[in-house]
Design a protein around this ligand. Structure first.
Ligand code: FMN
Length: 397
């Protein structure tokens, strides 16, 4: 039994990273991450699809050698140039001096820029180009901006395998199983929401274009660069990416608030209770000073309702809340049932600043409340009304 085999002569040679704390030095990796790479062994030529992050090279070369022994790699296909996948390129070229790098025009210019590689090592491919390996054929689909300009996908018709680059990937290392049929996938879905919203979030329309481009292919295995290989869950993975890339979300409300002395926090809790009392079951409340941005972004993408609360801080939005709002605008968040609450002591500003933000983002504010100093009976009535209005809009959608 070959434990790395996906289909006949197609092998998984990726590696796990359980050491790195933060992906891109930003996003927490509590369950690690995998860098996936694959061997496609044709009757005449051998291709390697993508490489791995530079710190994991030793295990990677061993995994490749376990599949091809002393044979040479003829082609290294680069679907994505981000260094967590391209970091292994120089080592592969050194180990396999005959290997040619296969990529599109944008890829080649990036490889040169990052790794200073000579012109004669490249084969440039365009959209729809093919590369023959003997009894297997690789076909390339350019899918720019998912989520870099050079991103592309590679299809092996003989095995109905699509190598998708980062698309359909997730955080979370592989715990023994590599194909979804070999594991319980339950916990990966939350990590997929987080991966998509954190990393790809801004590029929804390009994800839509890419999905449309490959929609006619017969796909039995989706091999992305992070997380499980999708076989029996292709439909579910596609559905999540398809919905998130159209900013479609699930029933529920995310409340993000900032608070220095607990008064704005009290309003956040009250709104949460009022929503629950009206039947909202999925409610995520985040203190923006404590929750990690990665999880706040993920929940804000995931749920239909978004309620943001902030004290006035030197005539501005409280900085951690402002950081969250900036992260949402970077990702061009839309299609939310949006409401705000705010507080001040002598001159209100957070409320107006959040209104300006909503106008710029073309988000309708369903309701808002602005509290002076601390909560009174009137504040609680306002919180109940705000929850009522949010639920009314959610129910109508
Ligand atoms: C550094 C600092 C700057 C503040 N700036 C303002 C301000 O510009 N206008 C204002 O009305 N209140 C200002 N406040 C008061 C806060 O808005 C007030 O403490 C807060 O709204 C109370 O909510 P909390 O208990 O949730 O922190 C400031 C407070 C601090 C500590």
């Amino acid at each position: 039994m070959n434990i790395r085999e996906i289909t006949e002569d197609v092998f998984y040679v990726g590696v796990n990273d359980r050491t790195t704390d933060r992906f891109e030095n930003l996003w927490p990796l509590p369950y690690g991450v995998s860098y996936n790479s694959y061997i496609v062994k044709g009757s005449e030529k051998i291709a390697l699809i993508d490489t791995v992050e530079i710190g994991t090279i030793r295990d990677y070369i061993r995994a490749i050698e376990s599949q091809i022994g002393d044979a040479q790699i003829d082609y290294l296909v680069i679907n994505h140039m981000e260094p967590d996948h391209s970091g292994g390129i120089p080592s592969i070229l050194e180990h396999y001096p005959m290997a040619k790098l296969v990529g599109n025009r944008q890829t080649i210019s990036m490889v040169k820029g990052y790794y200073h590689i000579e012109d004669d090592r490249f084969i440039e491919v365009g959209d729809g180009a093919e590369l023959n390996l003997g009894n297997k054929n690789l076909k390339f689909y350019l899918t720019p901006m998912v989520h870099w300009p050079e991103t592309m996908m590679t299809y092996v018709e003989e095995d109905c395998i699509l190598f998708t680059g980062d698309a359909l990937g997730t955080f979370g290392a592989l715990n023994g199983g590599v194909i979804d049929t070999e594991m319980n996938t339950d916990w990966y879905w939350d990590e997929m929401y987080r991966y998509y919203s954190n990393i790809v979030g801004k590029y929804g329309r390009f994800v839509q274009k890419a999905l449309a481009k490959v929609s006619g292919l017969d796909i039995k295995y989706v091999c992305s660069t992070h997380g499980p290989i999708w076989h029996e869950n292709i439909g579910k993975a596609l559905d999540i990416y398809n919905r998130l890339s159209q900013y479609e979300s699930e029933p529920g409300v995310t409340i993000i608030y900032g608070s220095m002395y607990g008064n704005t926090a009290e309003v956040a809790e009250e709104i949460g209770r009022q929503l629950a009392a009206r039947g909202v079951k999925n409610i995520k409340i985040h203190n923006a000073s404590k929750s990690n941005m990665s999880y706040m972004i993920s929940d804000a993408f995931r749920y239909e309702g978004l309620i943001v609360g902030s004290p006035t801080y030197s005539m501005q939005i409280f900085p951690p809340v402002e950081q969250f709002l900036i992260a949402m605008s970077t990702r061009e968040i839309k299609n939310k049932v949006f409401a705000t609450f705010s507080s001040f002591t002598w001159a209100s500003a957070a409320s107006g600043k959040m209104k300006e933000y909503a106008e710029k983002m073309k988000l309708d504010i369903v309701d808002s409340l602005d509290m002076k100093q601390s909560a009174t009976q009137f504040t609680f009535e306002d919180a109940a009304r705000l929850a009522e209005n949010v639920v009314a809009v959610l129910t109508k959608r």
